[in-house]
Design a binder for this molecule. Structure first.
Ligand SMILES: Nc1nc2c(ncn2[C@@H]2O[C@H](COP(=O)(O)OP(=O)(O)OP(=O)(O)O)[C@@H](O)[C@H]2O)c(=O)[nH]1
Ligand SMILES: [Mg+2]
Length: 434
């Protein structure tokens, strides 16, 4: 348990209608009695005159909530002050709180870190909360909420426990190798379970990165020759004048990203430099970046000027839509061409994009892999399981040890084993007060 009590403003920017100051640690009861004339009933709220503990000056009239540990967010005693959201009000109350000897301002993510350290939440739930706070679209919200409530924790912890059990079964053979019959049966059963779990995790990994796409956004790269109308299309999709458009070929050099919400899915559209040979160092670098972005994209939209008679090139990207641009006279089918001058085909193009996203992400279960960190750990786990199952590895002791590596991979995802190196990275994503 921490001997310091931490405080922070947990609500958003000031001024605001209401501001919430969170307090966690052993001094909560003292704080409530000296600043709010006593504790409210556990998990209930009371209207209080909030005073400065030194001078008794009234700072605000607000609500005080009391969550005694261990049944609180952090597992420690917690208080919440619901104040009027004025800058001076919040500052006065924070200053007053910090006059207590063992009270200090919280660091970013420190409340969540205490919740993790006190076993209230595992790392996937903590990361789910971070995602929920950062969520901007419906799909992100749903995924983050499910994760923050333990969807991934349950699955991964179940796998980890099964691996620990399998290792125990296989080690039984080591312990009883002098005796006969039963041990071999036990280890045989253990290996059958390894096969089943390996297949289960492998199937789970074959998900088209749906969870990561929901969390990080579906990536679209606008590509084509110079002057094909890529930047004009970006501006039309963004409904803003984001990118410079000129009739000079080679206008765009840097990648320009626009974030959209399409049917509740986060989408990142990237404008790129037109592809061509060039003597300009800047343009060559722009083209290199364009090609790289295309190769990382979930979908490339390849634009060709309607007057360009050359065939569109064969491209090797994950998914491509070939679209004619500048069809101002509406010569082509709606889904084949656009004009940013007349807005022709733009809705059709958006529908095509939606179809692509839904095709990739819809009808997925909820417990999706939302971070590369999880995917890498699970792939490592499968590699260890493969090693255990390889015939040539007949050394039982080595197999048992490798099973431990496999369960440790999953242990790292949920934070069951030593993950000190990971914690600073994970909690740095949080804001102060979370
Ligand atoms: N008539 C017509 N002109 C268009 C349309 N879309 C773009 N243009 C024009 O085509 C020229 C090039 O447009 P951009 O959007 O800058 O083309 P780009 O593909 O981004 O070009 P680079 O950045 O140079 O690769 C500009 O003069 C635009 O006004 C369209 O739908 N109809
Ligand atoms: Mg451009």
């Amino acid at each position: 348990m921490n001997d310091k009590t931490i405080v922070a403003l947990s609500s958003g920017n000031l001024p605001s209608g209401v501001a919430v100051i969170r307090v966690s640690g052993p001094s909560c009861a003292v704080i409530a009695s000296l600043m709010g004339n006593g504790l409210p009933k556990p998990r209930s709220i009371a209207l209080k005159n909030i005073v400065n503990p030194q001078t008794q000056e009234e700072l605000d009239r607000g609500l005080l909530l009391w969550f005694p540990g261990p049944t609180s967010f952090t597992g420690e005693d917690c208080l919440e002050f619901h104040l009027h959201g004025g800058r001076a009000v919040v500052e006065a109350v924070l200053d007053a709180l910090c006059t207590f000897d063992d009270v200090r301002l919280a660091e970013a993510g420190e409340f969540s870190r205490r919740a993790f350290e006190n076993g209230k939440l595992d790392l996937t739930e903590i990361e789910g909360i971070a995602d929920l706070v950062a969520s901007e679209t419906e799909a992100q919200r749903k995924q983050a909420l499910a994760q923050s409530r333990g969807d991934l924790r349950n699955t991964y912890d179940d796998w980890r426990k099964r691996l620990v059990h399998m290792r125990a079964m296989i080690e039984a053979e080591l312990d009883f190798s002098e005796e006969e019959d039963i041990p071999e049966e036990i280890s045989k059963e253990g290996f059958a379970q390894v096969v089943a779990l390996k297949n289960e995790i492998k199937t789970y990994l074959e998900d088209d990165r749906a969870g990561e796409i929901i969390r990080d956004g579906f990536k679209i790269a606008l590509m084509g020759k110079p002057n094909a109308g890529k930047s004009s299309l970006l501006n039309a999709l963004a409904k803003r004048d984001v990118a410079i458009v000129t009739n000079e070929p080679g206008t765009t050099r840097d990648i320009l990203d626009v974030h959209l919400d399409l049917n509740g899915y986060a989408v990142i559209v990237s404008d790129t430099a037109g592809l061509r040979e060039s003597d300009s160092i800047v343009e060559v670098e722009g083209v290199r970046r364009a090609q790289l972005r295309g190769s990382e994209a979930d979908l490339v939209i390849w634009l060709t000027d309607i007057d360009d008679i050359e065939e569109a090139p064969e491209l090797n990207f994950e998914d491509i839509l070939y679209i004619k641009s500048k069809d101002d006279n509406h010569l082509f089918d709606n889904k084949m061409s656009i004009s940013t001058l007349t807005d022709k085909g733009l809705d059709g193009l958006l529908n095509l994009i939606k179809e692509r996203i839904v095709g990739k992400l819809n009808n997925r279960e909820t417990r999706l892999i939302s971070r590369v960190r999880y995917r890498e750990a699970l792939s490592d786990c499968v590699t260890h399981l493969d090693f255990v199952l390889e015939n040539q590895v007949s050394d039982i002791e080595l197999k048992a040890e490798t099973l431990r590596y496999a369960s440790d991979c999953i242990g790292r995802i949920i934070g069951k084993i030593d993950v000190e190196d990971l914690l600073d990275v994970i909690f740095s994503e949080f804001c102060v007060g979370k």
